[in-house]
Structures are given as structure tokens and as C-alpha cells.
Design a protein around this ligand. Structure first.
Ligand SMILES: N[C@@H](CCC(=O)N[C@@H](CS)C(=O)NCC(=O)O)C(=O)O
Length: 191
């Protein structure tokens, strides 16, 4: 497997997932300044010209959530994804999609000081944080004691939020981030 990677990008999330899976993989460094993510060769892997992208034999996977879903199913022994037919599967898929369709754009609006518009399909960041707190319940993870790829997708967003230097405003979510950072394979941005 090859992960197309830049340490200053969302590819760090896919790398975290690969490491939690115990996968063997090769890093293909992508230099944004040289626009290596816009070459005809790379666009055959990810037509959107963005990181992360994963190649596994004949399979080409792009979009961070899709990569984590793919790996969760490919490495059942890592137990990072409820299996098809398991009662947790529906909620797991919902949280995986929620991470990039609601949480990430809502957080982006707030960090970039963009006016939220409900017509765009995602809630305001405060509402999203309420949802995540509710889904976390008593934790420690989104599925209780069971750490899954949903924690990687959702938790990584709050790790990015910290990097922006925004003041901690939700103790429950901050404590969750601390638990995730304590994992040996936790996402390392910029490395
Ligand atoms: N929704 C996409 C976002 C991918 C994305 O925006 N990646 C950024 C790096 S974090 C990128 O490659 N930007 C370079 C560009 O768009 O030119 C995903 O989750 O994979």
C-alpha cells in the first residue's frame, strides 16, 4: 500500500489510521510547493488533486473518510470498525460521514470566521459540538471502551482545532482529545 503524504495535511489522519491498523505501507511524499498533487499521474489517483490518497494494488482511494472506512474493513483484526451486520455499523457509518460533512466544514467556518449558512448542509459549530458531546456520552470513546476509526475521524478534527490555538471551550471534548493523544499511534501533525 502507498500513502500519498505531506505532514502538513489531512494525510496525517490517514497515517494515524494505517498505524492503528498495524498496516505495512509506503509513504510517497508530496511536495505542495512543487504542485506534485496536480500532476497528471497524481490526478489519476485523486482527480480532486488533494491529499490524502491511498493506493492498494488496483484500488485507488481518496477522501480521508473513505480511506479510513476502507482500512477499517481491510484490517478486521485491528477491530477498528463494526462489521457489516453488526448493530453498531449504522451509527459508525453515520459518524464517519458526519466527521467530514458536518464537523469539518462547521469548524472551518468558525476558524476562518466565515458566516454559517444552514442552506449549505451543515450545522453551526456549537451545535456540532453538542452532537459530539452527546455521542461521546460517558466515553472514553464514541463506542464506549471500543476505540474505532470514528474516533480517528472525529478526534483528529479537534486535534486540528487545538493546533489553531483556539481556547479550550468544551472540557468533555478536551479530555477526549487528551485520551486520543495518549495513544502510541496518535496523529502527529507536521512529522
Ligand atoms: N475532504 C478532503 C479534503 C482534502 C484536502 O483538502 N486536502 C488538502 C490538504 S489538508 C490538500 O490536498 N490541499 C491541496 C490543494 O487543494 O491544492 C479529504 O478529507 O480528503
Amino acid at each position: 500500500m502507498k500513502l500519498y503524504y505531506n505532514p502538513q495535511s489531512r494525510a496525517a489522519i490517514a497515517k494515524w489510521m494505517l498505524d492503528e491498523c498495524g498496516a505495512k505501507y509506503e509513504i510517497v511524499p508530496i511536495d505542495f510547493a512543487k504542485r506534485e498533487h496536480k500532476t497528471p499521474e497524481f490526478l489519476k489517483i485523486n482527480p480532486a488533486g488533494k491529499l490524502p490518497a491511498l493506493v492498494d494494488g488496483e484500488s485507488k482511494v481518496f477522501e480521508g473518510a473513505a480511506i479510513c472506512l476502507y482500512l477499517g474493513d481491510k484490517f478486521p483484526e485491528a477491530n477498528l470498525a463494526p462489521k457489516i451486520g453488526a448493530p453498531e455499523r449504522g451509527r459508525y457509518l453515520s459518524l464517519m460521514v458526519y466527521s467530514t460533512s458536518q464537523l469539518e466544514p462547521a469548524m472551518g467556518d468558525t476558524l476562518l470566521k466565515v458566516q454559517p449558512l444552514p442552506q449549505r448542509g451543515w450545522s453551526e459549530f456549537e451545535t456540532v459540538k453538542d452532537v459530539i458531546e452527546g455521542e461521546l456520552g460517558d466515553g472514553p470513546y464514541l463506542f464506549g471502551d471500543w476505540f474505532t476509526a470514528a474516533d480517528i475521524m472525529i478526534g483528529s478534527m479537534f486535534m486540528w482545532k487545538r493546533m489553531w490555538g483556539t481556547p479550550p471551550d468544551r472540557p468533555k471534548i478536551e479530555a477526549y482529545v487528551e485520551r486520543l493523544l495518549a495513544r502510541p499511534a496518535a496523529m502527529k501533525i507536521g512529522k
